[in-house]
Design a protein around this ligand. Sequence first.
Ligand SMILES: NC(=O)c1ccc[n+]([C@@H]2O[C@H](COP(=O)([O-])OP(=O)(O)OC[C@H]3O[C@@H](n4cnc5c(N)ncnc54)[C@H](OP(=O)(O)O)[C@@H]3O)[C@@H](O)[C@H]2O)c1
Length: 198
Amino acid sequence: MALSRRLAIIAGGLGGLGSATGKILRSQGAWLALLYAPFEANRTKELLRKGYGKDFAPEEIRTYECDITSPSSVQSAFARYPQIWPRGMRPRQRRRSRAFSRRWKHLNTKLLGPMLCSQAFARLYLAVAKAAAPTAAPPGRIVSVSSQAAHVALWKHGAYCTSKAGLMGLTRNMASEWGPKGITANTVSPTVAWTELG
Ligand SMILES: NC(=O)c1ccc[n+]([C@@H]2O[C@H](COP(=O)([O-])OP(=O)(O)OC[C@H]3O[C@@H](n4cnc5c(N)ncnc54)[C@H](OP(=O)(O)O)[C@@H]3O)[C@@H](O)[C@H]2O)c1
């Protein structure tokens, strides 16, 4: 079979699309490591049976509780799969947690920050526009600073690229939801400028 001796690790592997995908991979011979969320812990057996039936050996499908938003939970789930790490090799915890906080800072500042500011602005604008009626309020404008990193891959800048691409998704949504209410939303994507950050 095409996937015999291959391991598929599926986050959300007990969910709808996860188990549908897992079933196909299984039918091609892959063994499965299914990560499920802590809040699914008391339904694991039921979901496993629903998604995969009963016709498999225990080593062919293993399940692991894993909160994919927690670095330590992800690390421990990956470390627990039998024999997946060569002897004596384990991820280095301290370096990884520092790297995580750097990534988290990018996502917080460059994605969550614009989201919070834009929402606060929209609430304010809509309240002011309502109070000004029947006189039409001037249009509201949201201009967020994205980056070339939203469009191309920047080496070793995964979290930064993610935050800027996410900002563009957010902007499309804001434009579509708030456009009819008088607020436009756009991004600009500068290249490198020699600021503190640059
Ligand atoms: N420079 C480039 O090459 C370049 C290229 C493309 C896109 N951009 C984007 O352009 C934007 C501005 O970048 P820049 O080069 O002007 O960077 P910058 O010189 O470092 O300025 C960023 C500003 O944001 C403030 N800031 C950081 N975290 C904050 C928080 N949690 N709450 C409030 N303010 C916060 C910083 O304050 P502190 O100084 O106190 O930290 C600083 O004043 C960023 O979104 C960046 O990703 C920059």
